[in-house]
Design a protein around this ligand. Structure first.
Ligand code: ATP
Ligand code: MG
Length: 342
């Protein structure tokens, strides 16, 4: 019995060490004279780490209930003290980047195309017409993320935000079988939420941040399938376009910050303008993803999907500054995304 306890304690200590090397809990600000009640208010607003405070503007901090301007300044000051100015050498930065991991898509060809897999600390976007495999890829990642990978990646949990009501746990079961994982265990490791409006989608990110903070290092992937669907419903016409793009920019900025703050991969799917005339689009080319420049700049990696013969699909890197314009062919199978046989 005693031995068992000791083992548990050791595990906890390991978790803490890992955790500390990656982010600083906001409770550390108590040592700088910030009281626990104020820290609780920040946490309720989805700000759980020192980095999280630094990623939030003064203006937004002041909108949190109970945080006055004076308090806000004190909190900002306390964070600055802990972070020592925020500079590090390139060598130290390279060391931090060692924490970046890559998640397999289920197809080794597709993995190769994106430089080894879906990368943490950044946003990867796939877009393509209906049935091009965006949702199937999202499902496959929910399972492959749980598989230990090469270079020390231990596997982890997933949060799935569904805006189109196309998430199917039964698909995860089939994919789990293919990877040789226990079905229930796989489903238990995927936290699911359905978003009903673009506002709701944004609010859910507070919960996501809180969850990532509550179980540090446990979650490795956040899926949003799809990023634009609700925005396209909630904002219509040219008159609301500017407003839509502003809200979209805020959402994407939050996603990017979450990916860096908690070292997770963010995977988003996107639609294309099927009929440029109907969507008041200024894009002449109907093969473009929606979301405009805002989305183009937010995604680190953009992948265009198109249909091939039968269950085959072709992926192409879209507009990448540092990757060759290659293509990869993969297949949608009962066990999820896999290599295609040509
Ligand atoms: P949308 O834009 O409508 O959301 P999508 O890009 O998300 O489309 P998916 O739902 O990922 O498209 O892909 C649908 C394709 O996946 C279909 O061609 C379907 O045949 C295939 N598919 C779905 N389930 C299975 C399965 N169990 N086994 C094999 N193929 C499947
Ligand atoms: Mg879909």
């Amino acid at each position: 019995m005693l031995q068992g306890d000791q083992v548990v304690e050791e595990f906890d200590q390991d978790d803490l060490d890992d955790d500390e090397s990656f982010f600083q809990d906001i409770d550390m600000l108590q040592s700088q004279g910030i009281n626990a009640a104020d820290l609780k208010k920040l946490k309720q607003a989805g700000i759980c780490t020192v980095k999280g405070v630094q990623m939030t503007t003064r203006k937004r901090l002041c909108t949190i209930k109970g945080i006055s301007e004076a308090k806000m300044e004190k909190i900002k000051e306390a964070c600055a003290k802990l972070e020592e100015g925020g500079f590090c050498t390139a060598l130290e930065f390279a060391d931090k980047r060692k924490a970046v991991f890559k998640l397999s898509t289920g197809s080794s060809e597709l993995d190769k195309l994106v430089g080894g897999g879906i990368e943490s600390m950044s946003i990867t976007e796939v877009f393509g017409e209906f049935r091009s495999g965006k949702t199937q890829l999202s499902h496959t990642l929910c399972v492959s993320t749980q598989m230990p990978g090469s270079n020390g990646y231990a596997g982890g949990k997933v949060i799935f935000l569904d805006t189109e009501n196309t998430f199917r746990p039964d698909r995860l079961r089939d994919i789990a079988d293919r990877f040789g994982l226990d079905q229930s265990a796989v489903l238990d490791n995927v936290l699911y939420a359905r978003a009903y409006t673009s506002e709701h989608q944004f609010e859910l990110l507070d919960f996501v941040a809180a969850k990532f903070h509550e179980e540090p290092g446990v979650f490795k992937l956040l899926v949003v399938d799809s990023i634009m669907a609700l925005f396209r419903v909630d904002f219509s016409g040219r008159g609301e376009l500017a407003d839509r793009q502003q809200k979209l920019a805020q959402m994407l900025s939050r996603l990017q910050k979450i990916s860096e703050e908690f070292n997770v991969a963010v995977f988003i799917t996107n639609q294309m303008t099927a009929d440029p005339g109907a969507t008041m689009s200024f894009q002449a080319d109907p093969k473009k993803p929606v979301g405009g420049h805002i989305l183009a700049h937010a995604s680190t990696t953009r992948i265009a999907l198109r249909k091939g013969r039968g269950e085959l699909r072709i992926a192409k890197i879209y507009d990448s500054p540092n990757m060759p314009e290659n293509e990869a062919t993969f297949a949608i199978t009962a066990g999820g995304i896999a290599d295609g046989k040509e």
